[in-house]
Design a binder for this molecule. Sequence first.
Ligand code: ASP
Length: 587
Amino acid sequence: MYRTHHCGELRLSDLDKTVTLSGWASVIRDKGSLLWIDLRDRYGITQLVFDEAYTDAALFDIARSIGREFVLQATGTVIERTSKTTKIETGEIEIKVTEMRVLNASKTPPFTIQDDTDGGDELRLKYRYLDLRRNAVQKNLIFRSNLAIETRKYLAAQGFIEVETPNLIKSTPEGARDFVVPSRMNKGQFYALPQSPQTFKQILMVAGFDKYFQIVKCFRDEDLRADRQPEFTQIDCEMSFVHQEDILNTFEGLTKSLFKSTLGVDLPDFPRMTYDEAFIRFGSDKPDLRFGMEFVNLSDVAKGKGFPVFDGAETILAICAPGCAGYSRKQLDELTEWLKRPQIGAKGLVYVKMEADGSIKSSVDKFYSPEDLKVWTDRAGAQTGDLLLVLCGEDEKTHKQLNELRLEMGTRLDLRKGDDFKPLWVVDFPLLEWDEDANRFFAMHHPFTSPKPGDIVKMESDDKALLKSIRADAYDLVLNGVEIGGGSIRIHDRDLQSRNFKLLGFTPEEAEAQFGFLLGAFEYGAPPHGGIAFGFDRLSAVMNGAGSIRDFIAFPKNNQGRDMMIDAPSGIKAEQLKELGIDVVGE
Ligand code: ASP
């Protein structure tokens, strides 16, 4: 028997018991006549003690030969510690070792296996098996496992059926590039890895499954931004005979239940905001509601006073940064430079300070009287000590830039706490999005999303503005400024689906070639249906106040999309390529 207990288990109540533990040597302290080894496994750490006063000399020699990460099996007696610690759960006891075996030796690891490791990102990814031994990383994956189990329990209790859909499918345009897999048996042809099971889950509704879910891998060949992975996991769901309201209620229920069961947190009812409102108030379709600083539009009161920059601007918007009137010239210059970086692209920053002595000072005093400025600060609800930050320019750009500034100020003022949860539903997304470069409309969510019934008539129009104004039964679940989930009510009528494909620039032949199976299915009694998908990695991260989804994925890829541990992607042999009917190029 390798062990009688695990390393997180023994307490004072176990005193005098003879026990056997197995695990990895973590911290080793050698004080000459006394030696301690912290033995670690998934469950915790237990201190082993060796004392020249009573430890057999041969055993003491073994203890001295132990290095970090050796795998050990130790037998001994549970004794009370003289110097107790509350840092670990077993901190009141230690094991007076009488026998020890080295089950396996270890090279000195390239970084310390501790919560605060000295290993850089790339090194930790290369030796992921060592990184995964760290408590901090294990904790995340255990959380993820609980979250998956609780998701299954909740959805199963609601009558959802888990169905697996294929990974080798056909290329479908859903916004990103597909990963493709060559087919050996059908030379020159390719499968695509699914960006999501979207069409399959709709087909399952046509088949009468009524409520489907799947915790499923999705693949998108995108340029990797900081918090993206080429393969990621969704909680993917679809329901029949539902309106938007039914979906929102069901998945608000799931989210609340997950918070309760995994974190013990009770979430209040989720507020709802339309896409338009979110844009006007926060300049974003995923507003972080953990703090205020809502946008204030000053266009009507700031124009016409002789300040040419404002007079020539489409929009003038402000936010009020609480308690920031004391910002120095240097701080304001630095903030201005931050805004002017190409990533944000603002032209400049105007500020108004509500000084402690009641006076108002601004960077545009030349053009505006204190009375003029008071109109602005009143509108923003600014108090003594507050700082108004004002941006101007084209309407859409200025909203986006001020959103960045708002988030940055929220971070600087420490208003975005990881354990404060502010969910909301953003609803009524536009159906279509105009792409200037491509000179055509794209689906804002995906091509299967249904317009709101009242807006269907607008689909017949050629008027771009009218088409842009079509609203969809599409919604996002947003949590702390992060899009956690998104979905829509789907089109279930063949003609309407064809009409939508046409708006998106598909010829009837192209639509038939790509989605003929779905259009065909719609001719055999497709029920009204809709669904949603949650980003599972992201949900795990946000629930833990963590910035990166990588910490919640067992084997993530790096920023170049590489798996550093197995060294993938890699070349393949010429014979393999030949077998696949792919011409060998290069080298
Ligand atoms: N398939 C969609 C996505 O991956 C989610 C949905 O509409 O249910 O974003």
